[in-house]
Design a protein around this ligand. Structure first.
Ligand SMILES: NC(=O)c1ccc[n+]([C@@H]2O[C@H](COP(=O)([O-])OP(=O)(O)OC[C@H]3O[C@@H](n4cnc5c(N)ncnc54)[C@H](O)[C@@H]3O)[C@@H](O)[C@H]2O)c1
Length: 245
């Protein structure tokens, strides 16, 4: 078990990719803080982790709110005494062509998908800098690299995560902290299940490995980047996309 004694926060881990990341880190022995805005789903994931014999804590918090994030990080510090791993996973999409996109949908997506990464990272860094160790992985998207019609807000937020990650890697590398991003392609979750069948088949035709990815595929990449095996990797963007980019 590579992550025994490590304490990890996974944001938005009540379902989808975040849930799978939380379970994968717990498999490696980590204590996992399940953050989400929905109580029932978060408690379900924490129960799964406890059933594996690991520790887990649910912290309901809106990661786009600095007050909520401050409370979450303090709760984790007070409960476990340290924070080794942060996975910035929470995210939403509000798709619309840019000429029809409302200011509200722009602000909401930038706030939940990008500002949250700044708030959570800066809050945990205060503790990681003192510890002189830490691992930060943020879930971006290939859309932040390639662009995608109808997703100007989402693509901008995900591109922002990449710039933020590269900057953080330079700022805190000397303190033994790494920061990397993962850029998933199209992953089979509730977010992509909303696509109609025709759009889904068109997407699959553009993927060299000929299928959508699974949440587990993303979780495997996270498990590697937060492990000691990745100690010399920082500032990187790892595409988990079946070769699409
Ligand atoms: N599904 C894909 O194909 C895909 C591709 C690339 C990137 N991503 C990214 O992966 C991440 C997870 O995506 P998913 O498909 O599992 O999404 P999802 O919608 O299934 O799950 C997202 C979770 O985040 C939670 N959440 C939403 N807003 C929150 C907030 N303000 N504070 C705390 N939690 C909040 C939700 O309640 C939900 O449990 C997102 O950042 C998404 O942009 C997904």
């Amino acid at each position: 078990m590579e992550l025994a004694d490590r304490v990890a926060i996974v944001t938005g881990s009540g379902r989808g990719i975040g849930r799978e990341i939380a379970l994968r880190l717990a498999e490696e022995g980590a204590t996992v803080v399940v953050n989400d805005i929905g109580r029932e789903s978060a408690e379900g994931v924490a129960a799964e982790i406890k059933a594996m014999g690991r520790q887990s804590l649910v912290v309901l918090a809106d990661v786009s709110s600095s007050a909520d994030v401050g409370r979450m990080v303090e709760t984790v510090k007070n409960t476990y005494g340290k924070i080794d791993i942060l996975v910035n996973n929470a995210g939403i999409a509000r798709d619309q062509l840019v000429v029809r996109m409302t200011e509200e949908d722009w602000d909401k997506v930038l706030s939940v998908d990008l500002k949250s990464v700044f708030l959570c990272t800066s809050a945990v860094l205060r503790h990681m800098l003192k510890q002189r160790s830490g691992r930060i992985v943020s879930i971006a998207s290939i859309v932040g690299i390639m662009g995608n019609p109808g997703q100007a807000n989402y693509a901008s937020a995900k591109a922002g995560i990449i710039g933020f990650t590269r900057t953080i890697a330079r700022e805190v590398g000397s303190r033994g902290i790494t920061a990397n991003a993962i850029a998933p392609g199209f992953i089979d979750t509730e977010m992509t299940q909303r696509l109609d069948e025709k759009h889904r088949q068109e997407l699959i035709a553009r993927i060299p490995l000929c299928s959508l990815g699974t949440a587990r595929d993303v979780a495997e990449a996270v498990a590697f980047l937060v492990s000691d095996r990745a100690r010399y990797i920082t500032g990187q963007v790892l595409a988990v996309d079946g070769g699409m980019v």
